[in-house]
Design a binder for this molecule. Sequence first.
Ligand code: HEC
Length: 355
Amino acid sequence: MFRLSLSTRFTLILSGVFLVGIIVGGAAYWRTLQLRAQEEIAAQGLLLIETMNAVRGYTTQNVRPLLADKLDASPEFISETVPAFSARTVFENFRDQLDFSTYLYKEAAINPTNPLDMADEFEAGLFNQMSGGGFGGEMSGYRMLNDARLFYIARPLIIGSDSCLECHSTPEQAPASLIATYGDDGGFGWTLGQTIAVQIIYVPAQEVFDAALRTFTLVMGIFIITFALVVLLINTLLKRYVIQPVNVLSGLADKIRSDENYSSDLESDALQSITSRADELGSLAQVFRKMATEVHTRTGMLKNQVNQLIIKIDEMRRKQQVSEVTNTEFFNDLQKRAGELRNRKKDDGEDASSP
Ligand code: HEC
């Protein structure tokens, strides 16, 4: 294991946890935002396509019967009687509002009455899929159009009533004014129940996704800044409440170990501030100070005793030396005396033996 300081270890562990949290949470949040954005776009598309169908219905049911007689007599075609025209016109009005200028509505046909309604390649693809028969639902997805990412909802447009065929069966049957205005090239030969076009609505997706991205960035930014602050705060608190006191205590312990003078440290403000704390480190410091004080007095006593012992030993040694010295002299004296005695005896013996 690496030798890491407590604060580094804490920072690493917390950062690891936060990183995992940010990645997992961020991914989940991103996914949710994307889904919600998609739902929002789809809901918008659905709303618009239903509205356009309502406009179409209104034209067929309410407007057309009123103008049907006039249409036959009028030399000029009355476009207001045409569902496709009213839907397009209403949608153009809708698009005039700034926020909706990027929305599009089209009734795309392969063989359109109005060349504006000619299906492009993509729409023709959808049309082919839908006109294959048996297709009843709708299609949706994304496509790029004029460098914009658009969401589309597409539905088949089916000739559902005979009224449609008044204008869309053959050029001969259609009102003369229609032919005069639109010509007889397209929009004919349709039959009841036939899929003749794709009704398609385009909703700008990029803006919704950009908004989702902005929300994501903002929330993640707040998230990350909060995490960074938490790590910083924990680090500061750890240093202040744990590491610094522990350093004071270990410094003191080191002085005790190396037998430095630490009596002033026992009264220092640094130690005082730790012992006055009511938490675990506070009680540890209290016990530690008590221990250090006792060690201090005991070492003092021991040193005193040792000093006294040394003095005693010195005294004894001195006495011994003195006695050694005196002993030797005594011995010498004795020897000397013994010698003298012997000499004296000899002298006496010689005196006695001499006649
Ligand atoms: C009064 C004649 C008339 C009737 C009735 C009529 N249409 Fe049309 N239709 C037109 C004309 C004209 C256009 C071209 C309008 C425009 O300028 O976009 C058109 C356009 C369309 C379009 C758009 C593609 C294209 O050809 O440009 C579709 C789809 C369509 N009609 C379907 C129908 C259906 C379905 C009905 C029956 C509910 C119907 N029409 C009834 C005259 C008619």
